[in-house]
Design a protein around this ligand. Sequence first.
Ligand code: PNS
Length: 161
Amino acid sequence: MRIAVCPGSFDPITKGHLDIIKRASKLFDNVIVVVLQNTAKKYTFSVEERVHFIEESTADIANVSVDSYDGLLMDFCKMKGAVAVVKGLRAVTDFEYEFQMSLINKQLNPEIETVFINTAQEYMFLSSSVVREVASFGGDVSQFVPEQISTEITERFIKEG
Ligand code: PNS
């Protein structure tokens, strides 16, 4: 059983994330999507909300499960018996950061490989921060986030004011 972990902040999950998760689910027996802490970020959505959005978005993919973890990605991978970490790469701008992270993770646990999947062309521009920006000004985010969560994301911003 080859298990992969798709880690991230997912604040919130976008169609770009979902595309990477779906493609990873075809390469591995099981994929665990995990919401982790990026200490450089302040989050709009709680961990519970982010997990909920991912669960809704991936409910129809049989070999994908969702979790959260307050610790190191490599510790989570070891705990779950994962062989790989899967991350999406959008553009050159992502590369340096992701390359650094993968090298640090390799130092922490040489057994686990980081696998990069190129983002589909239509999602090159897409990020969680773009979704938050559009939603916060009352814009339509349905083309950016999985359809299952589009209304919930919009309503959440209306409620916050
Ligand atoms: O979606 P993001 O914010 O780019 O994801 C980054 C994330 C959350 C995967 C990364 O910050 C992370 O792995 N956090 C957990 C702590 C950790 O293991 N850091 C790597 C070693 S410094």
